[in-house]
Design a binder for this molecule. Structure first.
Ligand code: MG
Length: 375
């Protein structure tokens, strides 16, 4: 049980609801898998067959794409052993030369959008995993299976469109051997802290021939056959590798776009003025109705006092929104970047408020005080 506890602890780090640890009969190694399935379980239901659109329109690379194969040469690739790429380049495509080894990109990439087109050998040969097998490894770690799965059977988590050995595709959207098929993949790499502890697993979304087959799945470890491997911090980038499974699978039109990290706000950007406390008598001066537009018959915002703070209600947003004073005349909205700046006349009567949110400003004239409204 010590081993199991240790394993559970590791899985706990992965923070994935898909991870279930199964304890088999005593003496049998504990296994785990997406949705509780053991790897390559032949009883795992096969994804339903769906017919993709009849025409494959080769997606042209966007202008900012990193083109990894433009139909001419393998300049962007090398053999995984470090030597030159030894696969065959044909007319607009390249092809696995069985036994010449894995291909990997010279460049390294992290979060990407990746487009790949591929075709299984025609006429087809072999069965199961021995039929048009190759694979696309993201950061060299996570295999998106390439396989001739058209009217061809194999275990569910090994089909075309599978995150190999982990997640079957949601659908079998395969085309017949010899026909070009497309993958469009969104990949977000795993995140680690400075000590190498996993903070966030990788995430993978895959479209096969335009059909969504992996919906933001979280691999529970790098692709591995018959054994679970933990996440390890291999850095922010890695190569894309193509598998030599000794089948002459063809590839063409490969490009990617690197995806930016969403910028987090700085402490300075998050800083807000201190919220102050105003007496109820001051707050009550602001309560009333305010015209959203110049038209006196138009929609109005209503400001009321709830206990010791103000709330505003817009006709298109009926839930009252809290207003927090940062000075006697300026109120901020927690959660948003909205701000109300009240104005007064010479008699210190509140005449209106300037409401600013995002890139918009709305000058709202006060038309009724709370007491007038409730008369
Ligand atoms: Mg493969």
């Amino acid at each position: 049980m010590t081993q199991l506890s240790t394993r559970l602890g590791i899985f706990g780090l992965l923070a994935s609801s898909a991870i279930v640890v199964c304890l088999a009969a005593e003496g049998v190694q504990v296994s785990s898998g997406a949705g509780g399935w053991r790897q390559h379980d032949i009883h795992r239901p096969k994804p339903p067959v769906v017919e993709p659109a009849s025409e494959l329109i080769a997606a042209k690379p966007p202008r900012d794409a990193v083109v990894l194969f433009d139909g001419k040469n393998l300049d962007a690739w090398k053999s995984a052993d470090g030597g030159p790429a030894k696969w065959k380049v044909g007319d607009g495509y390249f092809e696995v030369v069985p036994g010449k080894g894995t291909l990997e990109t010279k460049g390294k990439f992290g979060d990407i959008q990746l487009h790949v087109e591929w075709a299984a050998p025609n006429p087809p040969r072999g069965v199961g995993q021995d039929r048009g097998n190759s694979g696309i490894f993201l950061m060299g770690q996570f295999e998106i299976q390439v396989l001739d799965s058209y009217q061809a059977d194999t275990y569910a988590d090994g089909q075309a469109g599978a995150i190999y050995g982990e997640f079957p595709p949601l659908f079998n959207a395969s085309r017949p051997p010899g026909q070009w098929q497309s993958y469009d993949i969104a990949f977000r790499r795993a995140r680690f802290d400075a000590a190498g502890k996993l903070l966030e697993p990788a995430r993978v979304t895959v479209f096969l021939n335009g059909i969504l087959v992996q919906n933001n799945e979280e691999p529970f470890g790098p692709t591995s056959w018959l054994k679970w491997l933990p996440y390890t911090d291999v850095g922010d980038r890695g190569p894309i590798t193509l598998q030599d499974h000794r089948h002459p699978v063809r590839f063409r039109n490969i490009w990617l776009r690197e995806l930016p990290e969403r910028p987090a706000p700085t402490t300075e950007q998050l800083a807000r003025p201190n919220v102050i406390t105003l007496p109820d008598t001051v707050l009550d001066r602001y309560t009333g109705q305010y015209l959203l537009n110049g038209d006196s018959g138009g929609a109005k915002a209503t400001i009321t006092r709830e206990k010791n703070h103000l709330v505003v209600t817009f006709p298109f947003r009926p839930q009252p929104l809290v207003m927090e004073p940062i000075s006697e005349t300026v109120f901020d909205m927690p959660f948003t970047d909205g701000r109300f700046t009240f104005r007064k006349d010479e008699q210190v009567r509140v005449t209106g408020v300037l409401f600013r949110i995002g890139d918009g400003e709305r000058d709202m004239k006060k038309v009724a005080s709370q007491t007038e409204k409730t008369k």
